[in-house]
Design a protein around this ligand. Sequence first.
Ligand SMILES: [Zn+2]
Ligand SMILES: [Zn+2]
Length: 332
Amino acid sequence: MKISHRLVSQSKSVSAVLLFGGLVYLIVHWLQSWLLPIWIDLPVLEGLKTTYRGRLIWITFYQIIFDVFLNPYFYLPVIGIFYLELIIPAKKEQKVFSVGMLQDFIWFIADIVFFTIVISPYILWIRFICDQYLGFLKIDALTNLTYPLPLIIAIFASDFLIWLSHLVRHKVKYLWYFHSVHHSQTELNLFTDLRFHTIDTLIAITTAIIPLQLLQIATPTTIYYLFIQKWYLRLYHANIKSNYGFLKYLLVTPQSHRVHHSFEAKHCDKNFGTIFSIWDYLFKTQYKQYNEYPDTGINEPRFPLEKSSKLPSLLKTYWLQFIYPFQSIVGK
Ligand SMILES: [Zn+2]
Ligand SMILES: [Zn+2]
């Protein structure tokens, strides 16, 4: 199929979603002026305030979210990934701006709100718990090593724990309901790394941050790590046909992660890696056919999959997908 045919055919929907995203961003940005003091004054955060000099650290987290993750430059590599999707697509028939991608983008817009209200205080809370109650688990060995050795060790430790938590989120039924939202994508694309249920994100963040805290990795280093991890995830969720050659034995690839997203029985519970594939080789969960690019999705007919690219429909579907795990737990 010609590249020109695979470009935008839904410009109205794309513009509506982008405008909506911009509006949400501006409102949240504006809200922070009065949201911050409210959060900071909550009695439950009393301990945080004294431990982390409150406002200062709090605002640092805000700046990280607004200045790094929501900075336009952070999204420059999008252009490069779009280009790869055009020249070496895994699924040629998939549009670059698919309905699935627009739905993923709605999850991203919702995340702007969740990161502001839930996730940043949650990260602070984990730091507080680690300092107050898990101090005896802290490992001092890394503090004397020269940079970037501590970072490299922390990345491997964190990556292994996320591998383990990923496996658990597949095996434990109630956790799978939340993780299945990520797996529901039938049109894998670079924004599918944003399609995570908030509860699933909270679990993943907990497993990533705790080892970094216990290994006493400084906050800026943690941020670099999250930055690299975010972009790496975006690259291999894209509709790209590549298994990275010999690098596949070390790294998760677009091919191996597509297999992880497959609904076929033979691919079930394979390739749990986030950055490194070594854990899957070590624990025999690696799928060793490197030229298969299967269709993706979940075998759950009740899942409210997106059908229309119109903004009201995307918002309604977001809500249905958000409540789907809770409904599944109570058996509705
Ligand atoms: Zn998974
Ligand atoms: Zn994925």
